[in-house]
Write a protein that binds this ligand. Structure first.
Ligand SMILES: *Cc1c(COP(=O)(O)O)cnc(C)c1O
Length: 424
Protein backbone atom coordinates (compact mmCIF):
# COMPACT_ATOMS: atom_id res chain seq x y z
CA UNK A 1 0.00 0.00 0.00
CA UNK A 2 1.18 3.50 -0.79
CA UNK A 3 4.17 2.08 -2.65
CA UNK A 4 5.56 4.14 -5.45
CA UNK A 5 8.45 5.12 -7.66
CA UNK A 6 9.38 8.65 -8.68
CA UNK A 7 10.29 8.82 -12.34
CA UNK A 8 11.57 11.60 -14.61
CA UNK A 9 9.17 12.55 -17.38
CA UNK A 10 12.09 13.39 -19.66
CA UNK A 11 14.75 10.68 -19.40
CA UNK A 12 12.61 8.08 -17.64
CA UNK A 13 15.12 7.51 -14.88
CA UNK A 14 13.90 6.57 -11.40
CA UNK A 15 14.86 9.12 -8.72
CA UNK A 16 14.99 9.09 -4.92
CA UNK A 17 11.45 9.56 -3.53
CA UNK A 18 12.07 13.09 -2.27
CA UNK A 19 13.90 14.47 -5.32
CA UNK A 20 12.37 17.68 -6.72
CA UNK A 21 13.79 17.61 -10.26
CA UNK A 22 15.64 15.36 -12.65
CA UNK A 23 19.41 15.82 -12.28
CA UNK A 24 19.85 15.16 -16.01
CA UNK A 25 17.34 17.41 -17.67
CA UNK A 26 15.38 19.38 -15.07
CA UNK A 27 12.04 17.77 -16.03
CA UNK A 28 9.25 17.30 -13.52
CA UNK A 29 9.21 13.95 -11.75
CA UNK A 30 6.03 11.95 -11.41
CA UNK A 31 4.97 9.25 -8.97
CA UNK A 32 4.07 5.80 -10.23
CA UNK A 33 2.01 3.93 -7.67
CA UNK A 34 2.13 0.17 -7.51
CA UNK A 35 -1.68 0.01 -7.14
CA UNK A 36 -3.11 0.80 -10.54
CA UNK A 37 -6.65 0.47 -9.28
CA UNK A 38 -7.86 3.02 -6.78
CA UNK A 39 -9.02 1.38 -3.57
CA UNK A 40 -10.63 3.78 -1.13
CA UNK A 41 -9.30 3.43 2.40
CA UNK A 42 -12.58 4.12 4.18
CA UNK A 43 -10.91 3.48 7.53
CA UNK A 44 -8.80 6.63 7.10
CA UNK A 45 -10.04 10.23 7.53
CA UNK A 46 -10.32 12.97 4.90
CA UNK A 47 -7.94 12.98 1.99
CA UNK A 48 -6.04 10.01 3.45
CA UNK A 49 -8.79 7.82 2.00
CA UNK A 50 -6.77 8.22 -1.19
CA UNK A 51 -3.70 6.86 0.58
CA UNK A 52 -2.92 4.40 -2.23
CA UNK A 53 -2.19 7.35 -4.52
CA UNK A 54 -0.46 9.66 -2.05
CA UNK A 55 3.33 9.56 -1.62
CA UNK A 56 3.32 9.11 2.15
CA UNK A 57 3.93 6.25 4.57
CA UNK A 58 1.11 7.22 6.89
CA UNK A 59 -1.55 9.91 7.42
CA UNK A 60 -0.52 13.12 9.17
CA UNK A 61 -2.15 13.47 12.56
CA UNK A 62 -4.94 16.05 12.77
CA UNK A 63 -4.78 17.31 9.18
CA UNK A 64 -6.08 16.57 5.74
CA UNK A 65 -9.75 17.26 5.10
CA UNK A 66 -11.03 16.13 1.72
CA UNK A 67 -12.92 18.32 -0.74
CA UNK A 68 -16.57 17.51 -1.38
CA UNK A 69 -18.02 16.91 -4.81
CA UNK A 70 -21.72 17.53 -5.44
CA UNK A 71 -24.03 17.96 -8.39
CA UNK A 72 -24.94 21.61 -8.79
CA UNK A 73 -28.53 22.76 -9.10
CA UNK A 74 -28.40 26.50 -8.54
CA UNK A 75 -25.37 27.48 -10.59
CA UNK A 76 -26.20 24.81 -13.18
CA UNK A 77 -29.56 26.50 -13.74
CA UNK A 78 -28.00 29.96 -13.78
CA UNK A 79 -25.49 29.01 -16.49
CA UNK A 80 -27.75 26.62 -18.39
CA UNK A 81 -25.77 23.40 -17.87
CA UNK A 82 -27.42 20.09 -17.03
CA UNK A 83 -24.48 18.09 -15.82
CA UNK A 84 -22.41 20.48 -13.74
CA UNK A 85 -20.56 19.18 -10.67
CA UNK A 86 -18.73 21.27 -8.12
CA UNK A 87 -15.67 20.29 -6.13
CA UNK A 88 -15.65 22.48 -3.03
CA UNK A 89 -12.51 22.98 -0.97
CA UNK A 90 -13.32 25.06 2.06
CA UNK A 91 -15.61 25.31 5.05
CA UNK A 92 -19.23 24.37 4.46
CA UNK A 93 -20.38 21.99 7.19
CA UNK A 94 -23.86 21.35 5.70
CA UNK A 95 -22.15 19.79 2.71
CA UNK A 96 -19.52 18.02 4.78
CA UNK A 97 -16.68 20.37 3.77
CA UNK A 98 -14.47 21.00 6.78
CA UNK A 99 -11.31 22.52 5.42
CA UNK A 100 -10.92 25.20 8.03
CA UNK A 101 -8.11 27.07 6.26
CA UNK A 102 -10.66 27.42 3.46
CA UNK A 103 -8.68 26.54 0.33
CA UNK A 104 -7.33 23.56 -1.55
CA UNK A 105 -3.83 24.42 -0.30
CA UNK A 106 -5.10 22.21 2.51
CA UNK A 107 -4.71 19.27 0.10
CA UNK A 108 -1.05 20.10 -0.56
CA UNK A 109 0.25 21.02 2.87
CA UNK A 110 -0.59 17.85 4.87
CA UNK A 111 1.12 15.36 2.48
CA UNK A 112 4.10 17.73 2.19
CA UNK A 113 4.42 18.12 5.96
CA UNK A 114 4.00 14.37 6.43
CA UNK A 115 6.91 13.74 4.06
CA UNK A 116 9.04 16.24 6.00
CA UNK A 117 8.24 14.29 9.17
CA UNK A 118 9.19 11.04 7.45
CA UNK A 119 12.46 12.50 6.15
CA UNK A 120 13.56 13.52 9.67
CA UNK A 121 16.62 15.22 8.26
CA UNK A 122 16.51 18.09 10.76
CA UNK A 123 16.07 20.74 8.11
CA UNK A 124 13.59 23.55 8.65
CA UNK A 125 10.82 24.02 6.10
CA UNK A 126 10.57 27.50 4.53
CA UNK A 127 7.37 28.69 2.85
CA UNK A 128 6.74 32.09 1.26
CA UNK A 129 3.09 33.01 1.13
CA UNK A 130 0.68 35.80 1.85
CA UNK A 131 -2.38 33.74 2.45
CA UNK A 132 -3.87 30.38 1.64
CA UNK A 133 -0.60 28.46 1.46
CA UNK A 134 0.68 29.97 4.71
CA UNK A 135 -2.53 29.12 6.57
CA UNK A 136 -2.52 25.54 5.31
CA UNK A 137 1.14 24.97 6.20
CA UNK A 138 0.84 26.71 9.58
CA UNK A 139 -2.05 24.47 10.52
CA UNK A 140 -0.52 21.20 9.29
CA UNK A 141 2.85 21.98 10.93
CA UNK A 142 1.18 23.01 14.20
CA UNK A 143 -0.40 19.62 14.78
CA UNK A 144 2.95 17.87 14.70
CA UNK A 145 5.22 20.72 15.88
CA UNK A 146 7.23 20.71 12.67
CA UNK A 147 9.68 23.63 12.51
CA UNK A 148 8.39 25.99 9.82
CA UNK A 149 9.46 29.45 8.72
CA UNK A 150 6.74 31.45 7.00
CA UNK A 151 8.00 34.40 5.00
CA UNK A 152 5.14 36.83 4.59
CA UNK A 153 4.97 40.27 2.98
CA UNK A 154 4.22 42.75 5.75
CA UNK A 155 0.86 43.77 4.29
CA UNK A 156 -0.36 40.16 4.21
CA UNK A 157 -0.16 39.33 7.91
CA UNK A 158 -3.88 39.90 8.51
CA UNK A 159 -4.66 36.95 6.25
CA UNK A 160 -2.83 34.53 8.50
CA UNK A 161 -5.18 32.79 10.88
CA UNK A 162 -5.89 29.20 11.75
CA UNK A 163 -8.51 27.54 13.87
CA UNK A 164 -7.09 26.12 17.05
CA UNK A 165 -3.61 26.52 18.45
CA UNK A 166 -0.53 27.65 16.65
CA UNK A 167 2.61 25.69 17.52
CA UNK A 168 5.74 27.39 18.82
CA UNK A 169 7.54 25.61 16.01
CA UNK A 170 6.04 28.06 13.48
CA UNK A 171 8.10 31.20 13.03
CA UNK A 172 6.79 34.18 11.05
CA UNK A 173 9.23 36.44 9.22
CA UNK A 174 7.49 39.54 7.96
CA UNK A 175 9.21 41.08 4.96
CA UNK A 176 8.98 44.80 4.25
CA UNK A 177 7.99 44.99 0.61
CA UNK A 178 5.73 42.97 -1.61
CA UNK A 179 5.16 39.29 -2.27
CA UNK A 180 8.10 39.21 -4.68
CA UNK A 181 10.47 40.39 -1.94
CA UNK A 182 9.10 37.69 0.37
CA UNK A 183 9.74 35.04 -2.29
CA UNK A 184 13.27 36.35 -2.85
CA UNK A 185 14.02 36.12 0.86
CA UNK A 186 12.56 32.60 1.07
CA UNK A 187 14.68 31.59 -1.95
CA UNK A 188 17.77 32.88 -0.21
CA UNK A 189 16.96 30.99 2.99
CA UNK A 190 16.21 27.80 1.07
CA UNK A 191 19.67 27.87 -0.49
CA UNK A 192 21.09 27.43 3.02
CA UNK A 193 21.75 23.77 3.91
CA UNK A 194 19.78 24.00 7.18
CA UNK A 195 16.60 25.04 5.43
CA UNK A 196 14.53 23.46 2.72
CA UNK A 197 11.82 24.77 0.42
CA UNK A 198 8.72 22.80 -0.35
CA UNK A 199 9.43 22.88 -4.09
CA UNK A 200 6.08 24.15 -5.38
CA UNK A 201 4.92 22.37 -8.52
CA UNK A 202 8.03 20.17 -8.42
CA UNK A 203 6.94 18.52 -5.21
CA UNK A 204 5.00 15.34 -6.01
CA UNK A 205 3.30 15.47 -2.61
CA UNK A 206 1.76 18.84 -3.48
CA UNK A 207 0.58 17.67 -6.90
CA UNK A 208 -0.76 14.31 -5.79
CA UNK A 209 -2.49 15.99 -2.85
CA UNK A 210 -4.25 18.40 -5.22
CA UNK A 211 -5.05 15.49 -7.51
CA UNK A 212 -7.49 14.32 -4.85
CA UNK A 213 -9.97 16.87 -6.28
CA UNK A 214 -10.28 14.81 -9.47
CA UNK A 215 -10.15 11.46 -7.65
CA UNK A 216 -12.98 12.44 -5.33
CA UNK A 217 -14.96 13.90 -8.24
CA UNK A 218 -14.56 10.82 -10.44
CA UNK A 219 -15.81 8.60 -7.61
CA UNK A 220 -18.86 10.84 -7.09
CA UNK A 221 -19.57 11.25 -10.81
CA UNK A 222 -18.68 7.63 -11.56
CA UNK A 223 -16.70 8.88 -14.56
CA UNK A 224 -13.97 11.30 -15.48
CA UNK A 225 -15.41 14.72 -16.31
CA UNK A 226 -15.28 15.93 -19.91
CA UNK A 227 -14.31 19.43 -18.74
CA UNK A 228 -12.34 20.67 -15.75
CA UNK A 229 -12.40 24.36 -14.73
CA UNK A 230 -9.88 25.92 -12.33
CA UNK A 231 -8.36 29.31 -11.60
CA UNK A 232 -4.57 29.10 -11.68
CA UNK A 233 -1.50 31.03 -10.66
CA UNK A 234 1.32 28.52 -11.08
CA UNK A 235 -0.97 25.99 -12.73
CA UNK A 236 0.10 23.24 -10.32
CA UNK A 237 -3.53 22.29 -9.81
CA UNK A 238 -3.98 21.92 -13.56
CA UNK A 239 -0.99 19.60 -13.81
CA UNK A 240 -2.31 17.66 -10.83
CA UNK A 241 -5.76 17.27 -12.43
CA UNK A 242 -4.16 15.95 -15.62
CA UNK A 243 -1.98 13.48 -13.71
CA UNK A 244 -4.84 12.23 -11.55
CA UNK A 245 -6.91 11.74 -14.71
CA UNK A 246 -4.14 9.67 -16.29
CA UNK A 247 -4.13 7.44 -13.21
CA UNK A 248 -7.91 7.09 -13.34
CA UNK A 249 -7.72 6.11 -17.02
CA UNK A 250 -5.18 3.47 -15.99
CA UNK A 251 -7.66 2.24 -13.38
CA UNK A 252 -10.11 1.47 -16.20
CA UNK A 253 -13.42 2.19 -14.43
CA UNK A 254 -13.75 5.90 -15.21
CA UNK A 255 -13.51 6.10 -18.99
CA UNK A 256 -10.59 6.53 -21.36
CA UNK A 257 -10.80 10.23 -22.25
CA UNK A 258 -8.81 12.93 -20.53
CA UNK A 259 -10.86 15.90 -19.30
CA UNK A 260 -10.20 19.14 -21.18
CA UNK A 261 -8.42 21.57 -18.86
CA UNK A 262 -10.04 25.02 -18.80
CA UNK A 263 -7.58 27.11 -16.80
CA UNK A 264 -8.34 30.69 -15.85
CA UNK A 265 -6.04 33.58 -15.00
CA UNK A 266 -6.79 37.13 -13.97
CA UNK A 267 -5.63 39.65 -16.62
CA UNK A 268 -3.38 41.48 -16.94
CA UNK A 269 -1.32 39.58 -14.33
CA UNK A 270 -1.55 36.38 -16.33
CA UNK A 271 1.77 34.93 -17.53
CA UNK A 272 0.32 31.49 -18.41
CA UNK A 273 -2.44 33.09 -20.44
CA UNK A 274 0.10 35.28 -22.26
CA UNK A 275 2.41 32.34 -22.98
CA UNK A 276 -0.46 30.15 -24.21
CA UNK A 277 -1.72 32.93 -26.48
CA UNK A 278 1.79 33.75 -27.62
CA UNK A 279 1.06 37.38 -26.83
CA UNK A 280 2.71 39.91 -24.59
CA UNK A 281 1.00 41.40 -21.55
CA UNK A 282 2.02 44.46 -19.59
CA UNK A 283 2.56 43.04 -16.10
CA UNK A 284 4.60 45.88 -14.63
CA UNK A 285 2.85 46.50 -11.31
CA UNK A 286 1.45 43.03 -10.72
CA UNK A 287 0.04 41.73 -8.43
CA UNK A 288 -1.31 45.21 -7.61
CA UNK A 289 -4.99 45.56 -8.49
CA UNK A 290 -5.63 41.85 -8.99
CA UNK A 291 -8.99 40.36 -8.16
CA UNK A 292 -7.07 37.87 -6.02
CA UNK A 293 -3.29 38.06 -5.84
CA UNK A 294 -3.05 34.39 -4.87
CA UNK A 295 -3.32 33.87 -8.63
CA UNK A 296 -0.09 35.68 -9.40
CA UNK A 297 3.02 33.63 -10.01
CA UNK A 298 6.08 35.08 -11.70
CA UNK A 299 7.59 31.79 -12.78
CA UNK A 300 4.90 29.26 -13.54
CA UNK A 301 6.18 25.78 -14.53
CA UNK A 302 5.01 26.29 -18.09
CA UNK A 303 7.56 24.98 -20.59
CA UNK A 304 9.20 22.38 -18.35
CA UNK A 305 8.62 18.75 -19.32
CA UNK A 306 5.46 17.60 -17.55
CA UNK A 307 4.42 21.19 -16.94
CA UNK A 308 1.40 23.37 -17.70
CA UNK A 309 1.91 23.63 -21.47
CA UNK A 310 2.14 19.88 -21.85
CA UNK A 311 -0.94 19.41 -19.65
CA UNK A 312 -2.87 21.82 -21.89
CA UNK A 313 -1.65 20.23 -25.12
CA UNK A 314 -2.38 16.68 -23.98
CA UNK A 315 -5.90 17.55 -22.84
CA UNK A 316 -6.85 19.89 -25.73
CA UNK A 317 -7.09 22.52 -23.03
CA UNK A 318 -7.77 26.25 -23.02
CA UNK A 319 -6.61 29.24 -20.98
CA UNK A 320 -8.93 32.16 -20.19
CA UNK A 321 -7.92 35.71 -19.35
CA UNK A 322 -10.57 36.91 -16.92
CA UNK A 323 -11.08 40.59 -16.07
CA UNK A 324 -11.90 41.84 -12.58
CA UNK A 325 -15.34 42.85 -13.76
CA UNK A 326 -16.10 39.37 -15.09
CA UNK A 327 -14.85 37.80 -11.87
CA UNK A 328 -17.01 40.11 -9.78
CA UNK A 329 -20.12 39.22 -11.76
CA UNK A 330 -19.27 35.53 -11.57
CA UNK A 331 -18.76 35.71 -7.81
CA UNK A 332 -22.17 37.29 -7.35
CA UNK A 333 -23.87 34.68 -9.56
CA UNK A 334 -22.17 31.82 -7.73
CA UNK A 335 -22.85 33.09 -4.23
CA UNK A 336 -26.50 33.79 -5.01
CA UNK A 337 -27.12 30.48 -6.72
CA UNK A 338 -25.13 28.14 -4.44
CA UNK A 339 -25.56 30.03 -1.16
CA UNK A 340 -21.96 29.94 0.09
CA UNK A 341 -19.21 32.56 -0.02
CA UNK A 342 -16.18 31.77 -2.18
CA UNK A 343 -12.66 33.16 -2.36
CA UNK A 344 -12.13 35.69 -5.15
CA UNK A 345 -9.68 33.29 -6.86
CA UNK A 346 -12.42 30.71 -7.24
CA UNK A 347 -14.68 33.33 -8.84
CA UNK A 348 -12.14 33.61 -11.66
CA UNK A 349 -12.82 29.95 -12.50
CA UNK A 350 -16.57 30.58 -12.37
CA UNK A 351 -16.10 33.45 -14.85
CA UNK A 352 -14.32 31.09 -17.26
CA UNK A 353 -17.18 28.60 -16.93
CA UNK A 354 -19.73 31.35 -17.68
CA UNK A 355 -17.82 32.27 -20.81
CA UNK A 356 -17.48 28.68 -21.98
CA UNK A 357 -21.17 27.97 -21.38
CA UNK A 358 -22.22 31.12 -23.26
CA UNK A 359 -19.92 30.42 -26.23
CA UNK A 360 -20.90 26.75 -26.48
CA UNK A 361 -17.34 25.53 -25.77
CA UNK A 362 -19.06 23.46 -23.09
CA UNK A 363 -22.24 21.75 -24.26
CA UNK A 364 -25.44 21.76 -22.22
CA UNK A 365 -25.21 18.07 -21.32
CA UNK A 366 -21.41 17.78 -20.99
CA UNK A 367 -20.12 16.27 -17.78
CA UNK A 368 -18.36 19.28 -16.27
CA UNK A 369 -16.35 19.75 -13.07
CA UNK A 370 -15.84 23.19 -11.56
CA UNK A 371 -13.10 23.32 -8.96
CA UNK A 372 -14.06 25.85 -6.30
CA UNK A 373 -10.56 26.10 -4.89
CA UNK A 374 -11.52 28.08 -1.82
CA UNK A 375 -14.57 29.22 0.08
CA UNK A 376 -16.53 29.47 3.27
CA UNK A 377 -14.20 31.99 4.93
CA UNK A 378 -17.13 34.02 6.29
CA UNK A 379 -18.76 30.87 7.63
CA UNK A 380 -15.53 29.68 9.21
CA UNK A 381 -14.81 33.03 10.86
CA UNK A 382 -18.33 33.15 12.31
CA UNK A 383 -18.22 29.66 13.74
CA UNK A 384 -14.64 28.85 14.64
CA UNK A 385 -12.16 30.25 17.11
CA UNK A 386 -9.37 31.71 14.99
CA UNK A 387 -5.81 32.34 16.15
CA UNK A 388 -4.06 35.15 14.28
CA UNK A 389 -0.37 34.67 13.54
CA UNK A 390 2.00 37.35 14.81
CA UNK A 391 5.24 38.56 13.35
CA UNK A 392 8.31 37.06 15.08
CA UNK A 393 11.00 38.76 13.03
CA UNK A 394 10.88 41.81 10.80
CA UNK A 395 13.13 41.76 7.76
CA UNK A 396 13.74 44.35 5.09
CA UNK A 397 15.51 44.61 1.75
CA UNK A 398 18.90 44.61 3.58
CA UNK A 399 18.34 40.89 4.22
CA UNK A 400 18.55 40.35 0.47
CA UNK A 401 21.75 42.27 -0.15
CA UNK A 402 24.15 43.15 2.64
CA UNK A 403 26.40 40.65 4.39
CA UNK A 404 26.88 42.12 7.85
CA UNK A 405 25.01 44.10 10.49
CA UNK A 406 21.99 43.15 12.54
CA UNK A 407 19.45 43.71 9.75
CA UNK A 408 21.49 41.72 7.24
CA UNK A 409 21.00 38.18 6.06
CA UNK A 410 23.52 36.89 8.59
CA UNK A 411 21.80 38.85 11.32
CA UNK A 412 18.51 37.28 10.28
CA UNK A 413 20.01 33.78 10.51
CA UNK A 414 21.22 34.50 14.04
CA UNK A 415 17.78 35.72 15.04
CA UNK A 416 16.06 32.66 13.55
CA UNK A 417 18.48 30.33 15.34
CA UNK A 418 17.92 32.17 18.56
CA UNK A 419 14.13 31.87 18.42
CA UNK A 420 14.07 28.25 17.22
CA UNK A 421 16.63 27.37 19.90
CA UNK A 422 14.60 29.00 22.69
CA UNK A 423 11.45 27.26 21.58
CA UNK A 424 13.21 23.91 21.46
C1 LIG B 1 -3.30 28.60 -4.95
C2 LIG B 1 -4.70 28.83 -5.35
C3 LIG B 1 -5.10 28.73 -6.70
C4 LIG B 1 -4.15 28.47 -7.82
O1 LIG B 1 -3.59 27.22 -7.74
P1 LIG B 1 -2.45 26.66 -8.69
O2 LIG B 1 -1.34 26.28 -7.78
O3 LIG B 1 -2.03 27.70 -9.66
O4 LIG B 1 -3.05 25.49 -9.37
C5 LIG B 1 -6.45 28.90 -6.98
N1 LIG B 1 -7.34 29.18 -6.02
C6 LIG B 1 -6.99 29.27 -4.71
C7 LIG B 1 -8.03 29.58 -3.71
C8 LIG B 1 -5.66 29.11 -4.34
O5 LIG B 1 -5.33 29.21 -3.06
Amino acid sequence: MGEYLVRCLGCGRVHPPRALACQNDGSLLRTEYSSKRLTLRSDLPGLWKFYDWLPVKEPLHGSGSAPVTYRSEGLARAVGLENLWISFSGYWPERGAEMTTCSFKDLEAPPTVERMMEARDGRVLVVASAGNTARAFARAASFVDLPLILVVPKGGLHRLWIDGDLSDSVLVVSMKGDYTDAIDLADRLEAHPRFVGEGGARNVARRDGMGVVVLDAALSMEALPEHYFQAIGSGTGGIAAWEASLRLIGDGRFGQRLPRLHLAQNVPCAPVYAAWRGSGLEMGRCPEGMYDDVLYNRKPPYTVRGGVREALEETAGEVYGVTNQEAEEAQRIFEESEDIDILPAAAVAVAALLRAARSGAVGKGDLTLLNITGGGVSRAKEELQMTYLKCDIEAGPEALTSESGSASYDGLLVEIDDILGRRG
